[in-house]
Write a protein that binds this ligand. Sequence first.
Ligand SMILES: Nc1ncnc2c1ncn2[C@@H]1O[C@H](COP(=O)(O)OP(=O)(O)OP(=O)(O)O)[C@@H](O)[C@H]1O
Ligand SMILES: [Mg+2]
Length: 665
Amino acid sequence: MSRNANEQRPPSHKSDLNTAQALWRMYPYVKSAVPRIVLGMVAALIAGVVALGIPLILERLVDGPLSTGDSAQIWPAVLLVLALGVVEAVMIALRRWFVLTPGTHVEAKMRNALYAKLQDLPVSFHDRWQSGQLLSRAVSDLGLIRRWLSFGIVLLVVNTVTILIGAAVLFYWNWLLGLIFLVMAVPIWIYGFVFEKKYSEIARRSQDQAGDLATAVEESVHGIRVLKAFGRGRYALKNFEAQAEDLRGTEIAKAKAIAGIWLWLLLLPDVAFALCLLGGIWLASTDQITVGQLFAFFATATVLRFPIESIGFLLSMTFDTRTATDRFFEVMDAPNAITDPEHPLTVAEPRGELRFDNVHFRYQDSPERFGDLIDGVDLTITPGETMALVGLTGCGKSTLTALTTRLYDVTGGAVHVDGVDVRDLKREELRTHIAMAFEDATLFSATVRENVLLGRADLDPRSPEADRVLAEALDIAQAAFVHNLPDGVDTTVGEEGLSLSGGQRQRLALARAVAAAPSILVLDDPLSALDVDTEALVEAALRRVLSSTTALIVAHRPSTVTLADRVALMQEGRIVAVGTHSELLATNEHYRFVISSLEDEEKREAAERRRVGVAESNADADDTRTEGDAERDIQITEAVRQGLDDTHPDRDRDDRSNTGMEVNR
Ligand SMILES: Nc1ncnc2c1ncn2[C@@H]1O[C@H](COP(=O)(O)OP(=O)(O)OP(=O)(O)O)[C@@H](O)[C@H]1O
Ligand SMILES: [Mg+2]
């Protein structure tokens, strides 16, 4: 909401293609709809020609029976006009019927393609693109394309042809009057070309701004709790109003541009009519034209009025659609560097070994002058081992875990699963070997069952096997609370799971990772929102799973560290030490410092929890930690206390690490 939209959106501009070429890019999606669109055009064209034919009969009527008073011939002519009128109406109805459905099919096809592309594009793309921009492309831009296909393109083609045929007919009636009428149309066409340039720029701006506005709405709805809690609703509103005002300004400029062309489109035919009337009266008085011909000329000119007037509107609609097409293809053309390999390998017998080989990584938009964020990580996690990853905030732990499932690709070195480079595996296969739980436990607005079984596409969600996996995962994640929800595991958890508490969401996200039954579990700080008791329960249950699974766990709590067989200490993008918790405590100063700051943080959190009184609802849960655990904790704390004195060099580095490091990355 407070982000500067233009900074976030990748530079967008009109494509270098001309309007026809830009629109032609839609052809693969439109192909199947073409027959109906063409039939629609034919029907519309017949309607147009019939309308132009009516003045022909009128001329005969005026110059014939009406002037001679032969009433016997009037009726057949009148009936003929009536019949032509009916044909015209039927053709218009047919046109509507033909073009009604194809646009909707095309829209659905393009929307599905866009969605599939968005799913396929790497996380780095989504880092850079605002969700509102994508939303407005998927909704309003494609809606515009549908309307254009349903009648914009049909009327544009048909009206242009009608104008051309009509002009020929006018010349047939009288070349001089035809010429006057046509000469008056020339300024309209010139204006049309000038209009194109000016208008498509404004159209693009307005569509982009509408996307920004959608982002603003999306973000403030998303962050409504934060806004309310900080009383920033008014600030968000101000921001929104400013953006809405920008869009309003653009819309007004757009309306002015359209009004400009409308003025000419309405004025010039009127002027042409007046001039033709003067010329016509002179021609009739000098017997160069009959009254019937003059009458027919004006009847024809009247038929042409709507097509000429509508051209401006249809042109602006076409340019809007061109912009929408550009915006659609901007996403579709976005390169995806994280794809399946051409010659994929497979892990024949998953053992669960995870190895980082001299891994380097930097974010795409990271300035040149900064070094790699992940700076040569060598780390092997042997099958069945649990490795905790510990380090100060911002040192790159989450980033390192994201490299395992190719949310980002390494920029140097390689990540190996059972000896195979993750980039040599199909992404689908890779994700059966590794399951992740993230820091922010995102759920979908779906049932608990669907959320937890998300990674198990192989299971029929209603099968007994699925029930078993679900129950086990929920048990390990200590998520028994779901049984108290109104519909148990079939309760829909609300958008992004926001109807649940943070700890509840985290436990479901953990259950989701566990249910995927991977050979390697990557958990990014999976227990941070839990109270100490629940955390202990989850840990005990995790121990059961972890004995058979390889795990890399980013730990923000000393107690999570104790789960691990070994601990890897990360500092400024490097693994600086690996060993058991007690080894590191005994030998590594930085480790002692990190653990003590984690403990401080834990204490702060506990105090905060007590203050706010939002302890998780598992107050009655048994503490399953053994006396041995408790004793060891005391020893650890003791060791930490002895190992640290107040003049420890890392003490001073604390603040710098927390703030400065983020700037350095
Ligand atoms: N998508 C991104 N694009 C650019 N930079 C990023 C992105 N995500 C993280 N960073 C930067 O990378 C650095 C490391 O972030 P990371 O999330 O890996 O740290 P972390 O060790 O997990 O920290 P924490 O303990 O707070 O979770 C930070 O300085 C952060 O600003
Ligand atoms: Mg992190």
